[in-house]
Write a protein that binds this ligand. Structure first.
Ligand SMILES: [Zn+2]
Ligand SMILES: [Zn+2]
Length: 135
């Protein structure tokens, strides 16, 4: 288990998370595209109880898209922090883009590859691909 330090773009939200990422999960779904402004989000799973908000709790807002799980972001800068229903789920996802310093892990799975856009190319990696979720 490693303790990672995370922050949003403006630095208003700071958090710590104890996790053992192993591999990362790249979600290409349309919600993740919308909220990220790019190809999607790259995440590792964590238990919500393993996430400690150190600063800026009041800045964190959540949005739940229809048919999806809550996604949480910094109200000040818009940076997406957590997905998968944090803090009210058993497992949530942490956006690896919030973590300070390199996270030494490869992409293990590509999710929602059915939502690939014409301008998006999957890397030639060994990661498993799923049309939707891995479950
Ligand atoms: Zn922020
Ligand atoms: Zn997604």
């Amino acid at each position: 288990m490693t303790t990672f330090h995370g922050t949003c773009l403006c630095g208003g939200v700071k958090f710590e998370v104890d996790a053992d990422p192993g591999t990362l999960r790249f979600c290409h779904c349309t919600s993740c595209k919308h909220l990220s402004g790019g190809a999607g989000t790259v995440n590792f799973p964590a238990s919500p109880s393993a996430i400690r908000i150190v600063e800026g709790h009041e800045l964190i807002q959540s949005f739940t898209p229809e048919g999806g799980s809550a996604k949480s972001f910094c109200r000040n800068c818009g940076a997406n922090l957590f997905g998968g229903g944090w803090p009210d789920s058993d497992r949530c996802s942490v956006r690896v883009t919030t973590i300070e310093g390199p996270v030494d892990a490869d992409i293990g799975v590509h999710l929602f590859v059915r939502s690939l856009e014409p301008w998006e190319t999957l890397p030639d990696d060994d990661a498993q691909r799923f049309e939707t979720t891995s479950r």
